[in-house]
Every structure is written in structure tokens, then in C-alpha cells.
Design a protein around this ligand. Structure first.
Ligand code: DOR
Ligand code: ZN
Ligand code: ZN
Length: 417
């Protein structure tokens, strides 16, 4: 299979090339390769996008999403590979659930789906889950996402065990005692709306704790969905002194602030909450200077029943797979913050490195790539989502960058019709 005339984004810049695929792998990349092929003229090709933080909800919450609908949304969003969090029912804390997800993904046969196993049984924070079994069954990382492992000694043990199995802990950072029922960021807009606020320290204290553990134990740790300016600074300082810490943020933290909550739209309810302009700017600076390694969606699809309720009762989370690329490209590249290769780093290469997934636009690698029309402007409309989760605060927003082809192992898994 031959893909012609692609403006491909390599680590050292953008080059016009033809890409020859054989047996699911990239056989040749050259300025011109002879033969009939798919013309990608006018399209920009990225190494297959990776989202290392999504919620697929299966097993247990298939009303919100399942492996099939989530995979359809993923390839439509340009993702060739996604990693799914274990806060399902039952929790993905053992090899049986890990295998189940791996098998479902094989049946669905769209993008690569990599399960993340729970750190503790039932994500209860009490007993470590059976890490070895999950690793053998295909888990590529560990997380109790949705909550923090509150007991520090258990977290320290988790990091040591994880490392013995070559896995990293991905840490949702939240001190529940400080959140104390808060549903939005504490600040001007919590006062204005009367909604209960949660202070930045609720996130920062756990970020600091995970950094302290990683530093003391000389082990790696990854911080999920950073939302605070102060959290960015903690990670920046830790990196500067050599701590093995990596971190992610999400499009909503660099495109929105808590001003968005003022109309009580429950689609703006997310955990950690949308913060202030100061935080938004610090997140952008953190992406620019490398403090924040990658962009993930924290795709958290919910059913309308979970969102069409009073703000206090609504579920936390946003459906993100089908808007992430365009929001990131528009805000960061069009916004003059990142170059195209820096964007490719954040949405594809960095997560590959953090989780040892391999890949990239190189001869010999699996043929996973994403072709996008960067000049196409479109309007986000949740009615068009393939995800079951229509919960987005971005409805009506105009963005640039439309995914045209998503290629996984050399097969076209999504083509815009
Ligand atoms: O907003 C969120 N939604 N944050 C989380 O940490 C969990 C997620 C979910 O599972 O819905
Ligand atoms: Zn989380
Ligand atoms: Zn999450």
C-alpha cells in the first residue's frame, strides 16, 4: 500500500514524502516512490496519535461508552492507540478484566487499546492489585484514576512493585479531604455561582507527594491531568533536579477557564476543575518548556442522565476524543505556542516514550499514522460524535484541523466521507 504526497511531520521538521507500507509496517519513506497509491496531497501526516488517558467504561458502564464506540470515536479523532483507565465495574484490577478488554479491542479491530490496571484492588486504596498477572495479560501501566491512593506507604509500595514489572504509576492527584465536596475551582466564579470550590492545594499536595516518593525511591512517576499553575511549577522544579517525573494535561485546561461555569453548564464539570486564567497560561507555558510532556483527553463520556441534573449532582468529565486534535492544533500551533513537530511530540511521541509503546514515522515501525487537513475549519457539534458521550463544553466552537485518515498497522481504520 502506498500513500503519496504527504506533508509528514518528522522530529526534525516537515517533509513532503511518499510512504510505502508492507505487512503492516513502514517499508520505505522517500520523496517519490513509484506505483499507484492513495493521494494525501494537501494533508499533513502525523505519527499515529496516542491518547494515554481515556475512559472506555466497559465493562459495567456501557450506557456511557464501550470499547467499540470509544474506538470509533478514537479513530475519528485521529488516534491509532489509546490507553484506558481501570475505573470500570468490575474495576480492571486483575488479569481477567485486562484480558477481556484486550479481546474486545481485537474484535472491534479499530485502534490499539492498551488497558491500564488498577494500583489497588477495587481502586479502594487498601491492598495492592495483582500487578504481575495484569502485566502478563497486557496492562501497560497502573493507575487508580478517579481517586488518589491516599495511604502514602501503599503508594510507595505500588511504585516499587510497578517498577519491578516495568510499569509506571499514573497518578490522579487529589486530596479528597481538601476537596471536601467542592465541584469547581475555588475563586471568583465559585463565589459568583455559589458552587462549592476546591482549592489548588487539593491537587498540588498530591503532586508534591508523588514527586517526593519518586525522588526518594529513584523511581519514575507520571502525573495525570495537571490543571494548576502551582502544580506545573512543582513538576518544573522536580525535573530540574533530575526527578523521574513526567506529566500530562488536557485540551480543556489550556482552552477554558472557570469562567465557563458561570451558566451552570454541567458539561464544564470536570475533575480536576477548570481553573483561572493564571493557570491556563501556566499550562501553556509548561507545554512550551517541556514541563508538561504530553496532551491527553481524559475522555470521560457520560450519559445525558448523568449530566442533565443540577451542577452539584452531575458527573465529572468531558467527552474528548473527537475534539482533542483540533482544539490542540488551533490553540497551540495556530496560537503560536508550538511548532508542528512540537505538537507531534505532545500528542504522539512523548506518550509513546513514557509508556514504551514504540512507533513513530520511521522505516521498520508499525504503519500507524494520521492524515489531517490543517486548513479545514469546522464547528464542533456533539451530534456528530461517534462516542456515546455527547458531553462537551465545546459545542459551537470553531476549530482548525480535520482528521481525514487514521491508519493502524497499515490499514485505513477511519476515512472521512
Ligand atoms: O472528570 C473526571 N472524570 N475526572 C476523573 O478523574 C474521572 C473521570 C471519570 O471517570 O468520569
Ligand atoms: Zn483523573
Ligand atoms: Zn481520567
Amino acid at each position: 500500500m502506498l500513500f503519496r504526497n504527504a506533508e509528514a511531520v518528522f522530529e526534525d521538521g516537515v517533509k513532503k514524502v511518499d510512504i510505502l507500507v508492507e505487512n503492516g509496517c513502514i517499508k520505505e519513506i522517500a520523496p517519490s516512490i513509484k506505483g499507484e497509491g492513495i493521494d494525501l496531497k494537501g494533508l499533513t501526516v502525523f505519527p499515529g496519535l496516542v491518547d494515554m488517558h481515556v475512559h472506555l467504561r466497559e465493562p459495567g458502564f456501557e450506557k456511557k461508552e464501550d470499547v467499540e464506540s470509544g474506538s470509533k470515536a478514537a479513530v475519528k479523532g485521529g488516534f491509532t492507540e489509546i490507553c484506558c483507565m481501570p475505573n470500570t465495574r468490575p474495576v480492571c484490577d486483575n488479569k481477567v478484566v485486562v484480558s477481556y478488554i484486550v479481546n474486545r479491542a481485537k474484535e472491534v479491530n479499530l485502534c490499539k487499546v492498551r488497558p491500564i490496571g488498577a494500583i489497588t484492588e477495587g481502586e479502594k486504596g487498601e491492598n495492592l492489585a495483582a500487578i504481575g498477572g495484569m502485566k502478563s495479560a497486557g496492562a501497560i501501566a497502573l493507575s487508580d484514576d478517579g481517586v488518589s491512593v491516599i495511604n502514602t506507604s501503599i503508594m510507595a509500595n505500588a511504585m516499587m512493585y510497578a517498577s519491578d514489572f516495568g510499569l509506571k504509576c499514573l497518578c490522579h492527584c487529589e486530596d479528597k479531604s481538601l476537596v471536601d465536596g467542592g465541584v469547581v475551582n475555588e475563586g471568583y466564579y465559585s463565589t459568583l455561582t455559589g458552587l462549592k470550590g476546591s482549592i489548588r492545594a487539593a491537587e498540588d499536595i498530591m503532586i508534591a507527594r508523588e514527586i517526593c516518593l519518586a525522588e526518594s525511591l529513584s523511581l519514575p512517576v507520571h502525573i495525570c491531568h495537571v490543571s494548576t499553575y502551582s502544580g506545573v511549577q512543582l513538576i518544573r522544579e522536580a525535573k530540574a533536579r533530575g526527578v523521574q517525573v513526567t506529566a500530562e494535561t488536557c485540551p480543556h485546561y489550556f482552552t477554558l477557564t472557570d469562567e465557563a461555569i458561570k451558566d451552570f453548564d454541567t458539561n464544564t464539570k470536570v475533575n480536576p476543575p477548570l481553573r483561572a486564567e493564571k493557570d491556563r497560561l501556566a499550562i501553556i507555558a509548561g507545554l512550551k518548556d517541556g514541563t508538561l510532556d504530553c496532551i491527553v483527553t481524559d475522555h470521560a463520556p457520560h450519559h445525558a442522565d448523568d449530566k442533565n441534573v443540577e451542577y452539584n449532582y452531575a458527573a465529572f468529565g468531558m467527552s474528548g476524543l473527537e475534539t482533542s486534535f483540533a482544539l490542540s492544533y488551533t490553540a497551540l500551533v495556530k496560537g503560536g505556542v508550538l511548532s508542528l513537530n512540537e505538537l507531534a511530540e505532545k500528542i504522539s511521541l512523548a506518550p509513546r516514550k513514557i509508556l514504551n509503546l514504540g512507533g513513530g514515522l520511521k522505516v521498520g515501525e508499525r504503519a500507524d499514522f494520521t492524515a489531517v487537513d490543517l486548513n479545514e475549519e469546522w464547528t464542533i457539534d456533539p451530534k456528530d460524535f461517534l462516542s456515546k458521550g455527547k458531553n462537551t463544553p465545546f459545542a459551537g466552537r470553531k476549530v482548525f484541523g480535520k482528521v481525514k485518515y487514521t491508519v493502524v498497522d497499515g490499514e485505513i481504520k477511519y476515512e472521512e466521507k
